[in-house]
Design a protein around this ligand. Sequence first.
Ligand SMILES: CC(C)(COP(=O)(O)OP(=O)(O)OC[C@H]1O[C@@H](n2cnc3c(N)ncnc32)[C@H](O)[C@@H]1O)[C@@H](O)C(=O)NCCC(=O)NCCS
Ligand SMILES: Nc1ncnc2c1ncn2[C@@H]1O[C@H](COP(=O)(O)OP(=O)(O)OP(=O)(O)O)[C@@H](O)[C@H]1O
Length: 240
Amino acid sequence: MESLDVFRFNNRENLLILGVMGGIASGKTTVTNEFAKYGAHVINADLVVREILQEKNTQQQIGETFPHIFPNANFDKKLLAQHVFSSRDNLKKLESILHPLVRLRIKNMLEDIASKGKEKVVVETGPDLKLEDKDAKLAFVDTHMKVHHEKTVVIIDAPLLWENGLHQGVDTLIFIDTPIELRRKRAETNRGWNNDELDRREKFQSDLLVKKQNSNYVIENENQQKMEQQVKDIWLQLPR
Ligand SMILES: CC(C)(COP(=O)(O)OP(=O)(O)OC[C@H]1O[C@@H](n2cnc3c(N)ncnc32)[C@H](O)[C@@H]1O)[C@@H](O)C(=O)NCCC(=O)NCCS
Ligand SMILES: Nc1ncnc2c1ncn2[C@@H]1O[C@H](COP(=O)(O)OP(=O)(O)OP(=O)(O)O)[C@@H](O)[C@H]1O
């Protein structure tokens, strides 16, 4: 399946699709979850990969592709990560197994959301609504119907959105800008990655500056409160 086929499905016009880009541990998932509080549907490619990797068929295929890594056919994600992030050839082999499956799942998820029709999402414009509480949100929305989107908003959080050409099929691109030192620190503290793991993996990703320059919006994510404000501003500006 070609990249753009992911976006060829019935009722595509029902959706406004946002794509998130940014370096490793820049906060793509954190920002995406912030959009979800306003009603966006989330598609997280890392989660899709995690699900696919749990399937016996996939593990078997990976085992057969890398017999030297899994001589006893015991699938081990950590071991796999070590081998693919130290050899471009190995990474390409793994991607050729996983990416077609990931594309198909993303397409199915989008199609499924689009099939439910246009979902009018109403956004509050007041300053202090606690959006975590769904009932409070709905009650607020009922009385403050100020801004709404005519389409269902979907946000795709895929670290390789650009590399896989998926950026061409989304409607709006958002880049998460976070200084490298902070990203390294967050990856070390919150994921237990050692200090060169982020750089080791990021070598296999495209230039961040190119991604940033090709985005419609840039969110700076050094500070939670400022990030939340930027998400809100963007949400209110999205095409309706
Ligand atoms: C190698 C694997 C098993 C490592 O698993 P692990 O749980 O340690 O990492 P996780 O999947 O949560 O990814 C964490 C981050 O690593 C980076 N990363 C993952 N895969 C890749 C890749 N192919 N190229 C560059 N960076 C990658 C991304 O920034 C990602 O957000 C896994 O990442 C994988 O199967 N990758 C290949 C599939 C893929 O390309 N996934 C990216 C999204 S489609
Ligand atoms: N504004 C913030 N303030 C404090 N911590 C944050 C903030 N944004 C993200 N983080 C933390 O930084 C880490 C990386 O964030 P997140 O997982 O959202 O990044 P990502 O870009 O999705 O990562 P990946 O590239 O691996 O997919 C997480 O542990 C998250 O909790």
